[in-house]
Ligand binder design. Sequence first.
Ligand code: F6P
Length: 361
Amino acid sequence: MARVRRIGILTGGGDCPGLNAVIRAVAKSAIFEHGLEVAGINEGFGGLIENKWRLLKDEDVSGILPRGGTILGANNRDNPFMFRTVTAGGEVTYEDNSRTAIANLEGMGVDALIVAGGDGTLSIARKLHEMGVPVIGLPKTIDNDLRGTDVSFGFDSALHTATDAVDKLHTTAASHHRGMILEVMGRNAGWIALCAGIAGGGDIILIPEIEYTFENVVRSIDERRARGKRFSIIVVAEGAPLPGGEKVYRSQSGGDKEFGGVGEKVAERIGEMAGMETRVTVLGHLQRGGSPSPLDRILATGFGTAAVELAVAGRSGLMVGLRGNRVQEVPLEEVVPGQRKVPVDGDLVSFARSVGTSFGD
Ligand code: F6P
């Protein structure tokens, strides 16, 4: 086995708190612990195709641990296997540029590539690995929906933001006797809504994994009223379909539909049916911003250093994840494609039900 001398790192997909912490962990452990060089690839897979990279030195990653975002830049559009190009005439075409990606990695002298991303990014990483690129994945997403790990970094920080919002909505909801609807991110998984709902004491939690009806939601509001509670907090995941199954999208960006707007629809129906004044807060990208929580910094540091150790050992086609209290590797084919949804009969749902939280089912 040839000795690994230079590793590459890129951050793909949407950004999240903890990306800089993971870049720092990879670079510091590679440089100090293993005497390697680190190529930082800018702007995800788009930057790889366009050969945008630089050598990362200790001073580049010093002081970035608490900073949100990513010093490398991210992008959730570019896929080397379906690379989007706009012609001079404005026509959009897609072509397979994976060979360019591989040639650029060779040109950079990268012996192993570390990719921090969610399911889209790690699916690309898996395909590159199948073409012979030594790739190691790091689980990054506020949605917490990656298989092969108990938790991804970014989630805990987003959860802090969402929980803070539930706390703040409580005081104003109680003053005005309103129904307050908080729409949170998470795509097709309800982890942020469920966990922020539990942590903030939301009264009703609507998630994609549990079918609900407006009648049941209103029944819970009425039961609360009968107990003298004249306000209700409803935490709704952006990917929770309306009763009947329709998902609510704001728009189409590139090939993907952007979630958004379910909170308004829920508020409208609940307002009418419960005869209650409602207000909607869409938390949006606040959940992806700001400084990573201590837990995310620790996870990112553990995952980043473990990925470098795998690279040095000549292992690849793996993602580093957390199982119980241990950082462990898992084959990429067990991670992607696919999503880790909230188990409807799991402990978290059951804790919430035990304290009287309704799921509208
Ligand atoms: O996957 C992370 C995420 O923040 C989702 O929760 C959300 O639906 C999506 O990305 C938003 O993407 P964009 O930044 O492209 O609007």
